[in-house]
Design a protein around this ligand. Structure first.
Ligand code: OXD
Length: 309
């Protein structure tokens, strides 16, 4: 039994190093080096080349090295009896909360506006918003959404949340299912998308949804580019229904040079950096699952193929 790391970015060596320093005897290979294909039972992946996992006839687990697994569904191998796991990591959740909180304060206090005025040496004041002026709606109350909600609540924000299944949360008014979505949207002056990308959530951030937000609402998408209908966002910003948007994720990454988001005055772009798995923090759960697999015990953080997350 062995692990292969399959990803197309420069982080491949850091993941191998983190795994082997955590456990010296671990048989782990980069897919770029010669390795015994028949021995591979676990593939640790991030945006691996589609079809590349078909090389491993004895694969039992595809472990995403991030919180999301949406990129795995494109792979033909998911139709076989292979279990899929994802990362649930406090550091990842904390990084996400800090990042989104930064974006929210940036929006409330208009820091981008002043940065732009500084370039023109213009002393110009705008009114800023207070925490008590807004209500933050979190679309998706999974581990990341809940962490964010609790952290914002501690800072005095009014937080509401929407999810597919019922949640009983102290201090967070929560809304469930399609029926309650309009009510939730009506009350969200800042909307944060933290949904998993699935067949049902693809394109959810569209004109119909955006128009149900209060006029002047602000959108933060730190989930996946596939949630957003790009043209619908531009329309909602240009007709002043939305006051702005912060986007960390895009349909195509890196965002193509000619994409209209780059130059849009009301859009703040960051390069999919909101929360990035830290190999040292994540490796213990990967190794634990590898050992569970080896000992024929149930693994943790297994994704439901039916639900898609
Ligand atoms: C993740 C991500 O899913 O970085 O972990 O987007």
């Amino acid at each position: 039994m062995s692990i292969v790391i399959v990803r197309q970015d420069a982080a491949i060596d850091a993941w191998k190093e983190a795994l082997t320093s955590y456990r010296k005897d671990l048989p782990v290979y980069s897919f770029l080096e010669p390795h015994p294909k028949d021995a591979i039972t676990m593939a640790l992946v991030w945006k691996h080349p589609v079809g590349s996992l078909e090389a491993y006839p004895n694969l039992k687990c595809i472990a995403s090295s991030g919180a999301g697994v949406d990129f795995i569904w494109d792979d033909p191998i998911t139709k076989n009896e292979v279990q899929i796991t994802r990362v649930i990591d406090p550091m990842l959740a904390n990084d996400m909360s800090e990042f989104v909180t930064g974006l929210i304060y940036n929006h409330l206090k208009g820091f981008n506006f002043y940065r732009n005025k500084q370039k023109e040496q213009l002393w110009q004041r705008i009114s800023s918003k207070r925490i008590s002026d807004v209500s933050v709606g979190i679309l998706g109350l999974g581990q990341l959404g809940l962490h964010l909600g609790n952290s914002l609540m501690k800072q005095g924000f009014k937080v509401i949340g929407w999810s597919n299944s019922e949640k009983n949360l102290e201090g967070i008014e929560s809304f469930v299912g399609t029926k309650e979505l309009p009510l939730f949207l009506n009350k969200s002056s800042i909307l944060v998308c933290l949904l998993p990308l699935t067949r049902t959530t693809k394109g959810i951030l569209n004109t119909k949804l955006l128009l149900q937000l209060p006029k002047g609402a602000y959108l933060i998408n730190v989930a996946r580019g596939g949630h957003l209908v790009d043209a619908d966002l531009i329309e909602a910003l240009d007709n002043d229904h939305l006051s702005g948007a912060a986007l960390d994720v895009f349909h195509k990454e890196p965002l193509p040079n000619d994409h209209p988001f780059w130059k849009h005055a009301k859009i703040q772009i960051t390069p999919h950096i909101a929360s990035v798995s830290d190999p040292k923090s994540v490796v213990p759960q990967i190794v634990d699952n590898y050992l569970r697999l080896q000992n024929k015990q149930p693994m943790t953080n297994v994704v439901s193929v039916k639900k898609g997350y």
